[in-house]
Design a protein. Structure first.
Lengths: 78, 442
């Protein structure tokens, strides 16, 4: 199972992984993406969801979400 | 329905070891929005990116501070602008207008000084390589020749014969002043007697006579006391030479090497703490002259300060072209300026300043240039917030050596802008183009 689903998110934009014992500082958009990942949305669905909601062009959003995915992989969460 | 404000998504593992009494490195951002009142955005818009920017106000302020430190303590001091530190014509002119003579180390620097209207007598010709033809011109024009080696003495004697004159020269001395590494490549050694022997050789030849003694003990000297030791040795040699050869040493030249407020790699205290002040350097040198002068007349004092005078007056503005995430999680920014323009990035940690405050936490980032070369790293590890394409980064201090040592490699050498005392920004050198690259190819 992907470790992202184990993350506990709190209202102060801090995430905690109980098994790994790691804490993460997020911003609101990171928190939203993680929530979408936890509900099994794929990358394209996440980009579509954010594009509909936020003031950003889709190409730029793709770069930022891809970058975020890479970092989650480095942290062993994806 | 209007859309919500966007922010780049960020996640950073919390490292509790990073928190300290100095605050959190994930929140602090260094920001520079202007140079001498000219907006960074205006400079980029008007002159493009990347560009070197120099502040005349800061150049003059630093010059006046250092000159006052010496002239308030010593009656006869002259600065020689070190051309190799920055030989852009407009920069050299500023120093000459402030009263500097020219200190050059090659034929083209010599020619540049002459083309700027500097008289031969106001040029100090240093360096280990002075081709005879150039040396002869310098002698004919009355330049101050600082002899580096015995071959040069032979060349000068031939020139003396050819011109039918005796030539006044100075000699460069290297010495132990307790600093490491000891600069022993240039001139003649004091401790082992080579310097005295070389002077003896000059007087034996009967074609040269000594009027000056010169030393340059190193670069980025963080110990003002080293200059005191250098001055003492120079003054002791002066006394001995004047006595033994019945001559008058008119001037001594303590060279350059005064540090700027740059952060040398490997030194963990800030430049503000470790770099001696202008007064520290001035006191060390002038006190030693007064203490060890045995002549009726004080020698004229020359200094060839370069880095200390201009480093902090120079900035490089560069723009973010793109970014990527490296496999080790570090963020890598691709900038439009790289090590081709920042030769001193090997030794110094620069100030990295952003054009505005950015949303998001800082994360470990690497600043890479535009070169398709793995070595093109300006900063390997700097904490930065998420930057956008087009974000402008100001890198400083880069006024010393970076422009003159900038490589024309892969990309065109950039434009240089001067902000004058009235706060007006103007080109002093335009960006290179294909004609520049192809010039002189046959």
């Amino acid at each position: 199972m992907k470790q992202i689903s184990e993350l506990i998110l709190d209202e102060n934009n801090v995430a905690f992984h109980p098994m790994m014992g790691n804490s993460y500082q997020l911003n609101f958009l990171a928190k939203e993406i993680i929530s979408l990942l936890k509900s099994n949305k794929n990358k394209n669905e996440i980009i579509d969801a954010l594009y509909g909601k936020y003031d950003v062009n889709k190409e730029e959003l793709f770069i930022d979400v891809s970058d975020f995915y890479t970092k989650l992989k480095v942290y062993g969460l994806l | 329905m209007s859309k919500l404000q966007y922010e780049i998504p960020t996640i950073n593992k919390i490292d509790f070891a990073m928190a300290s009494k100095y605050g959190s490195p994930v929140k602090s951002q260094k920001i520079r929005t202007e140079i001498d009142g000219v907006e960074i955005s205006t400079l980029i818009q008007k002159f493009g990116s990347p560009i070197f920017v120099f502040s005349q106000r800061q150049i003059e302020q630093k010059y006046n501070t250092l000159y006052s430190a010496f002239s308030s303590r010593y009656p006869d001091v002259t600065f020689g602008w070190s051309y190799k530190t920055n030989y852009l014509n407009e920069i050299c002119k500023i120093y000459h207008n402030l009263g500097s003579v020219a200190e050059v180390v090659s034929e083209f620097e010599y020619q540049k000084a002459r083309a700027l209207g500097v008289e031969g007598k106001d040029i100090i010709f240093n360096g280990p390589y002075k081709p005879k033809a150039d040396l002869k011109i310098a002698v004919e024009e009355g330049a101050k020749i600082h002899v580096d080696n015995l071959f040069e003495i032979n060349d000068l004697e031939e020139i003396a014969d050819e011109l039918g004159i005796r030539i006044a020269v100075a000699i460069r001395i290297n010495m132990d002043t307790g600093v490491y590494p000891q600069w022993s490549r240039f001139g003649f050694n004091y401790e082992n007697g080579d310097a005295y022997e070389a002077i003896n050789r000059m007087y034996d030849g009967g074609k040269l006579y000594l009027v000056g003694l010169h030393s340059h003990i190193g670069t980025f000297m963080l110990d003002a006391n080293a200059y005191k030791l250098a001055t003492i040795k120079i003054m002791q040699l002066k006394e001995r030479v004047e006595m033994d050869f019945n001559s008058e040493i008119e001037y001594i030249d303590l060279g350059g090497g005064f540090a700027s407020k740059s952060n040398l790699k490997g030194i963990y205290q800030s430049a503000e703490v470790v770099v001696p002040t202008a007064d520290d350097y001035a006191e060390a040198i002038t006190n030693a002259i007064y203490e060890y002068n045995k002549s009726e007349k004080l020698p004229k004092l020359y200094l060839e300060t370069g880095r200390h005078l201009i480093d902090e007056a120079g900035y490089l503005l560069t723009s973010v072209w793109g970014h990527k995430r490296f496999p080790d999680a570090k963020k890598g920014y691709i900038l439009d300026a790289g090590v081709n323009l920042l030769y001193t990035s090997t030794w110094y940690n620069f100030n990295i300043e952003l054009d505005k405050r950015y949303d998001g936490d800082n994360e470990p980032s690497m600043l890479n240039g535009p070169l398709c070369m793995n070595i093109d790293i300006i900063e390997e590890n700097v904490m930065l917030p998420p930057l956008d394409r087009g974000s402008v980064i100001t890198i400083s201090p880069v006024g010393a050596y970076n422009y003159t040592q900038a490589m024309q490699f892969i990309r065109y050498k950039p434009a240089v802008v001067l902000i004058d005392k009235e706060g007006e920004a103007r080109y002093i050198k335009e960006v290179d183009d294909l004609a520049t690259i192809n010039y002189k190819e046959v």
